[in-house]
Design a protein around this ligand. Structure first.
Ligand code: PMP
Length: 429
């Protein structure tokens, strides 16, 4: 018999300590999953419109088989020779610009970002790091300093090296060609230089997903990349959320944004839930880093992880999942536009491929965020068997980011339910 949610919550606090968050007012207890579906302990089925870690579908048979086969054969670490890591990196790097040819594998996106920042220090001899003021890049001592909204109240005194620029917001403060953003970064580079810290890097998600995925035309990052290069810094693109074909038009969001980064950071979807992250850069950058830091990661790049990650790449190719993200994403955008025509609360529709959503506002003229309303919508959707979330500076943007095998039929179910929930949810209860 499954234990009541109340009991599980009490045990979580007792055993995991405080401040361990759960989604939803009424947390869900999932017990199994398959493809785009999840089941709770009472046997209710949910359509997963949120989770990007099971990139090629929950419990994907190819990935599960690859993990089991390798786990039965051998699992060690990178101090022994193994072909798995080599064939994986060979395959991964063929999906990227030729300049991005060398990889360090980690277990998390946080570790990968941590390495990327240290690569910038190693290459430039400087420590100044610039990011947007509404993002998240991970949880190490160094990387957690990048979450302006959540900077730790304790730490190792690293805050002095970080500067923030306002996150782009195509809805409230349009910047159609990226020059305003580039100018803001240029100002922060000057500030870092004047403070004697110097400029090492800019780190951004190229599709600014945590910031609420503003609507930017292709090539939007070109001006800022120019500013970064002119100042001798590195451009780090954190593709932890935006990568592996999520945006539908390209395998990597940096391609859509018209730049080739110095460092690409990978994580979450990389091995479909098996903990794998990575940093991709030119061999010179990796050499620079390895001269400065003797880096070894016990679990990073182990044979089982590499088998899982390889199976993900094969599944993306074989099932045409990038093309699927594109066509389902187009359909989703149409359906969202259609909803917006009937629901005043939808202020702005945004997205590319299988990252899409809409910003909820109290009033279209003033664009005042309807954050609490968005929260009620998310909770009501959960009770109707649809899993999604919200994000952005005001937490009023629906975040819809399903596993990549998500179909038009799945999208149809999502939008039919959203239509009902929007009609039933009061803006001012
Ligand atoms: N970068 C981005 C853009 C992320 O969204 C996240 C996790 N949400 C991370 C890095 C950190 O990844 P991890 O939790 O695997 O350390």
């Amino acid at each position: 018999m499954t234990r009541p949610v109340k009991e599980l919550l009490a045990d979580r606090i007792r055993l995991l300590g405080p401040n361990v968050s759960t989604f939803y007012d009424d947390p869900v207890h999932f017990v199994k999953a398959e493809g785009v579906w999840l089941w709770d302990a009472d046997g209710h089925r949910y359509l997963d419109c949120y989770n990007n870690v099971p990139h090629v579908g929950h419990c994907n048979p190819r990935v599960v088989d690859a993990i089991c086969h390798q786990a039965r054969t051998l699992n060690t670490h990178t101090r022994y020779l193994h072909e798995g890591i080599l064939s994986y990196i060979e395959h991964l790097t063929t999906t990227m610009d030729t300049n991005l040819d060398t990889v360090i594998l980690t277990c998390t996106g946080s570790e990968a970002n941590d390495i990327a920042l240290r690569m910038a220090e190693a290459m430039t001899g400087k420590r100044g790091i610039i990011a947007t003021d509404a993002t998240y890049h991970g949880n190490t001592s160094l990387v957690s300093q990048l979450s302006k909204s959540n900077i730790p109240t304790v730490g190792f005194g690293l805050g002095q090296y970080f500067r923030f620029v306002e996150a782009p917001d195509s809805y409230r403060h349009p910047d159609p060609d990226g020059t305003i953003f580039a100018a803001k970064v240029a100002d922060q580079i000057t500030a870092l230089e004047e403070d004697g810290i110097g400029f090492a890097c800019l780190v951004v998600c190229p599709y600014f997903i945590n910031e609420g995925f503003p609507d930017h035309p292709d090539g939007w990052l070109k001006p800022v990349a120019e500013v970064v290069r002119k100042a001798g810094g590195l451009l780090i693109c954190d593709e932890v959320q935006s990568g592996f074909g999520r945006i539908g038009s390209h395998m990597w969001a940096y391609e859509k944004m018209g730049v080739v980064p110095d460092v690409v950071v990978l994580g979450k979807p990389m091995a479909n839930g098996h903990p794998v992250g990575g940093v991709v850069a030119n061999g010179d950058v990796v050499t620079g880093f390895r001269k400065g830091y003797r880096y070894f990661n016990t679990f990073g790049g182990n044979p089982v992880s590499c088998a899982a990650a390889m199976a993900v790449l094969q599944e993306i190719d074989d099932k045409g999942l990038v093309a699927n993200a594109y066509s389902v994403g187009e359909y989703a955008r149409e359906r969202m536009d259609d909803l917006a025509a009937r629901h005043e609360v939808i202020g702005d529709v945004r997205g590319s491929g299988l990252i899409f959503g809409a910003e909820m506002v109290k009033d279209r003229a003033t664009k005042v965020p309807a954050s609490e309303f968005t929260d009620r919508v998310i909770n009501a959707m959960r009770h109707r068997g649809i899993i999604l979330s919200r994000l952005g500076r005001y937490k009023n943007t629906l975040k819809i980011r399903p596993p990549m095998p998500f179909s038009k039929e799945n999208a149809g179910m999502l939008f039919d339910t959203l239509e009902t929930v929007l009609s039933e949810t009061r803006l001012n209860p």
